[in-house]
Design a binder for this molecule. Structure first.
Ligand code: GRG
Length: 304
């Protein structure tokens, strides 16, 4: 992973393919017992997904490297960190789609895991992806102190003070009016925490100093929120075929969203200001942060 002078979309395509291969190799094979469980884990993780979180890990790594080019140990560590966040994300999607949560039958344009397999297998596949993510962090060939920081960060972002806590607030809020502050709190935990952790993991693995970490944190907060604002807009403006998941669910379930609270125009204005915030946060990092800037634009402009 050097500073290839390729444009952003070529870089992103290459990184998405790369992490797909990494995941393919790091997941247990579907011939390993219990093969049904491993088949479900592979089905959930492989063959779909924008891989935004993995791209954030790699881009933040690139922005943080001292020499500009990752040594091979750092490349392996970035691969493991990128795979780990995608595994946690895949587990969250499996569980979110279960009948006891969102009860959805379509994800990434395919039947959800409990529909393709069964509910117990889907639950166990999600359960098994979590420890695998932490095992991958434990295998990073970097200074143990950095591995400890990375592990603590991922655990905190995924747990009750992060993603799972946000999901709990979301479950409790259906049918209730939320203020914009409450909505923001819920999303910063449910979706923002793992996106932010992805950025910081890339920085930690690449040995970012405190000034760089500060810039990454501020960038990550803006991008994490922007991701959710786009998600709310797309739920209203896009369709099921394009999204690969059921469109229009938020309104159908009377869920509070940015669009329901601020309207479409207000949500788009917020999005534009979050993109400006993300770009401004990267200024002190200089040209090595170009990929992160590209991801901010990609997230704001995405159509699925
Ligand atoms: C069930 C523990 C537990 C947590 C679920 C993140 C989450 C918490 C649920 C996902 C529900 C959802 C649709 C949230 C909106 C934002 C979001 C995370 C969308 C899906 O992420 P993408 O668009 O998905 O990055 P791909 O398929 O591209 O990886």
């Amino acid at each position: 992973m050097g500073r290839q002078p390729v444009d952003f979309s070529a870089w992103l395509t290459e990184r998405v393919e790369h992490v797909e291969n990494v995941l393919e190799q790091l997941l247990p094979s579907d011939t390993t017992l219990p093969s049904h469980l491993h088949e479900a884990m592979r089905y959930a993780v492989l063959g779909g997904g924008k891989r935004v979180r993995a791209a954030l890990v790699y881009a933040a790594g690139e922005a943080s490297l001292q020499s500009g080019t990752a040594a091979s140990a750092q490349q392996i560590a970035l691969d493991h960190a990128a795979a780990a966040v995608e595994l946690i994300h895949a587990y969250s999607l499996i569980h979110d789609d279960l009948p006891c949560m969102d009860d959805d039958s379509l994800r990434r344009g395919r039947p959800t895991v409990h529909v393709k397999f069964d509910e117990a297998t889907a639950m166990l596949a999600g359960d098994a992806l979590q420890p695998l993510a932490f095992e991958l962090l434990g295998l990073m060939p970097i200074a143990p102190a950095l591995t400890v920081q990375a592990t603590q960060l991922l655990a905190r972002s995924a747990g009750s003070l992060g993603m799972v806590g946000g999901q709990a607030i979301d479950c409790d809020s259906v049918g209730h009016a939320l203020t914009i502050e409450q909505l923001q709190q819920m999303h910063s935990m449910k979706t923002g925490a793992l996106l932010e952790a992805s950025v910081l993991l890339g920085g930690i693995v690449a040995g970012a100093g405190s000034a760089t970490r500060k810039g990454l944190e501020s960038y990550a907060a803006a991008v994490g929120l922007a991701f959710q604002v786009v998600d709310d807009i797309l739920d209203v403006t896009s369709d099921t075929a394009t999204l690969g998941k059921t469109a229009g669910k938020d309104a159908a379930e009377n869920k509070p969203t940015y669009v329901s609270i601020m309207g479409l125009d207000g949500s788009r204005d917020l999005l534009a200001s979050l993109r400006d915030q993300a770009h401004a946060a990267l200024l002190p990092l200089g040209p090595t942060a170009a990929r992160l800037a590209g991801i901010a634009d990609y997230i704001v402009g995405r159509d699925r």
